[in-house]
Design a protein around this ligand. Sequence first.
Ligand code: XIL
Length: 405
Amino acid sequence: MRLRRMATACACAVVVAASLGSVSASAHGPRPPKPQDQSLKALAARHNLYFGTAVDVNAYADAGDPQYKTMVNQQFNTVTAENAMKWESLEPTRGVYNWGPADAFVAEAIRNRQLVRGHVLTWHSQLPGWLTAGINDGSIGPAEARALLKQHITAVVSHFKGKIWQWDVVNEAVSDPWETPSAIHLGGNTGSFKQKWADTLGPDYVADAFRWARAADPKALLFYNDYNLEAFGDGGPGDKTQFVYDLVKRLRSQGVPIDGVGSQGHLGTRYGNYDVFQASEALQKFTDLGLAVAFTEVDVRSLMKNADDPAADANPADVASRDQAAAFNHWVLLQACLMNRHCLSFTVWGFTDRYSWIPNWFKNPPEGSGCLWDADYQPKKSLRTVQGTLLASTPLARIPQTPRR
Ligand code: XIL
């Protein structure tokens, strides 16, 4: 018995050494690639996990920067259109669909054997101007808004039927604790468009959106997607994760065809950071409901010294501390996902700081540096941490999700 155990330990050591690339080429055949030269999708495949990125379709098509497209296809086996499948992109003029860029994106993904996360069907943001204006001035009332939403979901899901792995059916429907009123609810700040959107559609719109999506594609996995769901708080009226948990639990118990929860994973190093068990407990609570989970938009931004003076932000001490903090947060989310058999995919919201949405969005105070590669496509500590975690964590048998009828 004792001997057998030792023999097993020896065999393991050889396997680990081989996968770390430390066995000499002459003695044992060709040297395997160094772990840091392996793609994220190859490293994630050990875990049966899909590793993805949001894709900026303009950067992808830019012949002046071929490295972007090369890396999307080398590194990732699931992709999300960063903007090309949003309502404002698909139906800029009422009744006139512009499928071109989204179709090209999906065709490229299929050609490159990448699974597509469809983003996004129901969201208060990046709606076409005609729809926002109509809801704001009252010319589009509740009944018409619901009919338009049904028509939109049906048209879009039918158009891409059979080509989408996971749909973000409803995105960011829930308020944040710093909004007014602070008790979490469907909607946002009093008087905001987010609140108007929720009020116009009425509370049942969430369940209906899932039903309409399921009717149009019985095989796609249907997700509720939101930010600040990475951990539970105190469970009280200001706990957004708890509110979303209660919402999806109710939907499941009502038989609504919801298959998963997407935790966006937009983190910032200036906030209190979660530990890995807080993150894995949150996933566990969702998956205990029979749902799958996915990290859908991961990036970890940091405060920048001076947005107008790159030299100020290149100070080695500042770079080191923000890179380490960002790496830690990437590790927490990835490790939590790896530890849960129902965590299907880990998607970053852009892989290079070159095109990241962060500096455009978080300006006051300026934040940046949220991605795995820097703006010159150089690897950062976050990338190395993700690679090392994929390489060294114990693989679990991942359980695929079946669409709920
Ligand atoms: C962002 C895009 O990255 C930006 O290019 C765009 O200007 C605004 O939207 N949550 C989401 C994403 O669900 O769709 C958002 O994407 C980021 C936050």
